[in-house]
Design a protein around this ligand. Structure first.
Ligand SMILES: Cc1ncc(C[n+]2csc(CCOP(=O)(O)OP(=O)(O)O)c2C)c(N)n1
Length: 358
């Protein structure tokens, strides 16, 4: 019997090694120098945005937020593969995805400053707002992919979530539904090794997260999530499958969160310094820098110029966000339901009375 039991192991897909050398020339994507530089700029923008957000939080100008440092390749590489017409559902850590999808950084800033209006997505963007309830967006994405299929649209849906989300019922329902209905949906799991303080090996006994797709009837692929070229190529492939009517794909980006879970967390309490140092060696930005330098697309001077340019960009976005009107207290009731249920209406009335009394 033993030989009949199948092990759905998956290999990890990689194009650039830790030092930025090509490990598989046949898989190197056909991107122009301009496109490669653009990918790099988006990664740097993600990094400087994270830094700026952290400072704003420490200055009391921001609420809690979830940093993306270390996950820039997983985010930028996958988002860059999308077409405008595709649908994107983020979790809450996808800061580096925002500019790639041409979503206004001002809105993201406004949101983390506590104003829900920042999540009003521009009409011509096929993107959804941040989802804080872990894994809930996977169901929304399955619904979106089903709608595209029913409407005969040539659009795929990509949903971001973390390793922790794979322990939520929502994730399994969405995967099952997508598999059963052969939906054009890409499940993009950023396995950053922790769900707050809970390590990946406490989420599942399986040797990979990608292999979970197999049980739902579609392929799962584990990718070196710190290799931007591998992330781009894997997502592009999954999108092609979706567009060809071949159904869903799960992509597990094997990566690491270099910062804390959020600004309310202290990762030193549950992670070894040694482990963090090891992952710093795999930094997705320095790896890509090495590749671009080898190709003579990038030099130290340009690196400094790009950093400065991206810092200006984020500073301008902060200025624009802070010039926007402050939120009304009643706003927190406005964005949950199309029609406000009586319970919330009562609370809103109560709030108004309190405001009048003050
Ligand atoms: C349904 C639900 N349960 C718990 C939480 C609290 N919470 C916020 S983030 C998080 C961990 C999520 O981990 P993971 O899915 O791996 O994503 P990551 O934060 O690592 O990006 C938890 C438990 C929540 N937001 N929603």
């Amino acid at each position: 019997m033993e030989e009949l039991i199948q092990e759905p192991d998956v290999d990890r897909f990689q194009i650039l090694d830790q030092d930025g050398n090509i490990v598989d020339e046949d898989r190197e994507p056909d991107l122009s120098d301009e496109e490669l530089l653009e990918l790099y700029e988006y990664m740097v923008l993600g990094k400087v945005t994270d830094k700026k957000f952290f400072k704003l939080q420490r200055q009391g100008r921001f609420g809690t937020f979830a940093p993306c440092r270390g996950q820039e390749a997983a985010q930028v590489g996958s988002a860059y593969a999308l077409e405008d017409r595709d649908w994107m559902f983020p979790a809450f850590r996808e800061t580096a995805v925002w500019p790639v999808r041409d979503l206004p950084l001002e809105g993201l800033i406004q949101y983390w400053q506590g104003d829900e209006k920042g999540m009003q997505i521009p009409e011509d963007n096929n993107d959804f707002m941040i989802a804080v309830p872990v894994g809930s967006q996977t169901l929304h994405a399955a619904g979106s992919a089903w709608a595209s299929k029913l409407n005969g649209e040539d659009a795929a849906t990509l949903v971001y979530f973390g390793d922790g989300a794979t322990s939520e019922g929502d994730f399994h329902e969405a995967m099952n539904f997508a598999g059963a209905f052969d939906l054009p949906c890409i499940f993009l799991c950023q396995n950053n090794q922790y769900a707050i303080s809970v390590p990946r090996d406490r989420q599942t006994g399986a040797s990979s997260l990608a292999q979970k797709a197999v049980a739902y009837g579609f392929p799962g692929l584990q990718v070196d999530g710190n290799d931007i070229l591998a992330m781009y190529v894997a997502t592009k492939h999954a999108l092609e499958r979706a567009r060809n009517g071949d159904g869903p794909t799960m992509v597990e980006a094997y990566t690491y969160r270099l910062g804390d879970h959020t600004t309310s967390d202290d990762a030193d309490r549950y992670r070894d310094e040694e482990e963090v140092e090891e992952w710093k060696e795999k930094d997705p930005i320095t790896r890509f820098e090495a590749y671009l330098k080898e190709k003579d697309i990038l030099d130290d001077e340009t690196i400094t110029e790009i950093e400065e340019e991206m810092k200006d960009r984020i500073n301008e976005a902060v200025k624009a966000a802070e010039e926007r009107d402050d939120p009304e207290l009643a706003d927190m009731f406005q964005y949950h339901y199309e029609e406000m249920p009586p319970r919330l209406q009562n609370q809103l009335e109560h709030l108004k009375e309190m405001e009048e009394d003050n």
